[in-house]
Structures are given as structure tokens and as C-alpha cells.
Design a protein. Structure first.
Length: 136
């Protein structure tokens, strides 16, 4: 297993507010206009899952499998060329200051690992940065 871990981000909101938004994927409706249409297509979501198409990877579907209130949201891919687990961890520091870290775990063979490690780490970094600036 290989882990791709984001930098710890600081979000200027309390963990309850952040968890409430991130654990219900229908809240993506509020930010879907910020998603670059040239990079991500066929974006669909409901409360527990989201699907998108990314060139050259194809369609990817993430399903929430675990919610630990105000602490962790865990996702697995149900449709992906690479099986992935993704989780978002929250830790409130003060009333309006929460630390957030994202981790992606993938079971990669040595050949694939060399090809996808850098793009996966970049994706984790970009996604965590985007989550940190959402309007909670």
C-alpha cells in the first residue's frame, strides 16, 4: 500500500460546520461552478457518492463508507482504474480554526507506482487546497 498525504491545511471554521458540509455530497451543488469543465466532465453526485470523468483516466466514482462525526470522512472508489481509499481528517484547534489533512491509499504494483505517484500526490495536494478554501 502506498499513501499520498496532503499538507495539513487550516480552515477558519469549526469542525462541526466543515464536517456537516463535507459529509453530505449534495453540498457540492454550492461549489460545482468552480470545477474546471475542461479537466472534469460528467460530474454527478448524491448524498453518499460522486462520479466524474477525468481525461485520460476515465470515469471515477467515490462512495462514502464511513462518517465519524466531526473527525473523519472515509471514501472508497467503486468505479476506478485504480482502487483507492481516501479519507479526510479534521481536528479543531480553536472555536473557529480547524486543521484538515487528506490521505489517499492505493495498492500499486511497482510498474504503476512509478507512473502514477507524482500525479496522485499532485491531485491530493490540489484537492486538499480546494477543500480548505470552500465557503463553509
Amino acid at each position: 500500500m502506498t499513501d499520498f498525504i496532503s499538507e495539513v491545511k487550516t480552515i477558519p471554521y469549526n469542525e462541526d460546520r466543515i464536517f456537516t458540509m463535507l459529509s453530505d455530497l449534495t453540498n457540492l451543488e454550492r461549489v460545482k461552478d468552480r470545477i474546471p469543465q475542461d479537466k472534469i466532465k460528467d460530474f454527478e453526485f448524491d448524498r453518499d457518492s460522486c462520479s466524474l470523468s477525468v481525461d485520460p483516466v476515465g470515469k471515477i466514482t467515490f462512495q462514502i463508507t464511513e462518517r465519524e462525526p466531526n473527525k473523519t470522512i472515509k471514501f472508497v472508489t467503486t468505479n476506478s482504474p485504480l482502487p483507492l481509499t481516501l479519507w479526510i481528517q479534521l481536528k479543531q484547534v480553536t472555536e473557529e480554526n480547524t486543521k484538515m489533512k487528506m490521505t489517499v491509499r492505493a495498492d500499486l504494483n511497482p510498474f504503476i507506482k512509478g507512473m502514477v505517484s507524482k500525479p496522485l500526490q499532485e491531485a491530493v495536494d490540489k484537492l486538499s487546497a480546494a477543500i480548505a478554501v470552500l465557503p463553509y
